[in-house]
Design a protein around this ligand. Structure first.
Ligand code: DAK
Length: 259
């Protein structure tokens, strides 16, 4: 019996949809899945017909974390020489187009970290977020100890990382971990519609905005402001920016060429 492909990939207009597909393991993130996810993200990023990407899981689990069965007997040298996490989990950082996570059910450990690495998180009411690695005497090692405090502040992040506290969707919304919460039945439709709305905007503008907001995370304010100002000035090299402003002035819909 051939193993199931760990992801499913499809397109909806200008949106690329990636569905994590290891339902028996609650989408536990093993190497095969992360390699396939990275390849699909890169392929959509290089496709001029795609303007935004959605990653989703199943109704029960976005992803229940790194694959504990795969990791249980690894040695330090195994993970060090293989460059575990850095090798294939960080591909998402190279993606220049907006990436949205549509999260229902468990987003635990690496699953929560994967969602945190996305640009927008749409949560279903059933979504549950946790970094429970401490229960395994491990630590959140795919960006969790770095992105979570930036997203929700040190006090809440310490509580989650040290006690394995699980946040429901309403708490995650209140703490600023997610972008919005929707009923489960509407999760995919809502996220695809949002991604389609985003993807219709000028792609170079979207990429510049994503790059600038990410700078806010990674640099002091003065550096971030300088980066933003340079990005703003560069907008004047974009034919779409002139089209957008002129269309507004004559009250018509802009026609973006993504240039
Ligand atoms: N890995 C492998 N299999 C998993 C899994 C996971 N993370 N989570 C669930 N499964 C499997 C279960 O073993 C079970 O398999 P069978 O027994 O049916 O063969 C199946 O999925 C269904 O799970 P449950 O029977 O447990 O389902 P429940 O509804 O009862 O519970 C649950 C759902 C999500 C509460 C529970 O499955 C659970 O607690 N799962 C583990 C969650 C977790 O601890 N996640 C964190 C994983 S550790 C590192 C960098 C990063 C990391 C580590 C190191 N370095 C740089 C070194 C990241 C670590 C993690 O993400």
């Amino acid at each position: 019996m051939t193993p199931e492909h760990p992801i499913r990939v499809e397109t909806h207009g200008r949106v690329g949809l990636i569905t994590l597909n290891r339902p028996q393991q609650l989408n536990a993130l093993n190497d095969a899945l992360m390699d396939a996810l990275g390849a699909a993200l890169k392929s959509f990023d290089a496709d001029p017909g795609i303007g935004a990407i959605v990653i989703t899981g199943s109704d029960k689990a976005f992803a229940a974390g790194a694959d504990i069965a795969a990791m249980a007997d690894w040695s330090y040298m195994d993970v060090h020489l293989d460059n575990f996490i850095t090798r294939n989990w960080e591909t998402i950082r190279e993606i220049r187009k907006p990436v949205l996570a549509a999260v229902a059910g468990y987003a635990m450990g690496g699953g929560c970290e994967l969602a945190l690495a996305c640009d927008v998180i749409v949560a279903a009411e059933s979504a549950r977020f946790a970094l429970p690695e401490v229960q395994l005497a491990m630590l959140p090692g795919a960006g969790g100890t770095q992105r979570l405090p930036r997203a929700i502040g040190k006090a809440k992040a310490m509580d989650m990382c040290l006690s394995a506290r699980i946040l429901d969707a309403a708490e995650a919304d209140r703490y600023g971990l997610v972008s919005r919460v929707v009923p489960d039945a509407e999760l995919l439709e809502h996220t695809l519609a949002l991604a389609e709305r985003i993807a219709a905007f000028s792609l170079p503008a979207l990429m510049a905005i994503k790059e600038s907001v990410n700078r806010a995370w990674e640099s002091p304010l003065s550096e971030g402001i300088l980066f933003e100002r340079r990005a703003l000035h560069a907008r004047f090299a974009s034919s779409d920016a002139h089209e957008g402003m002129h269309a507004f002035l004559v009250k018509r819909k802009p026609e973006f060429q993504h240039r």
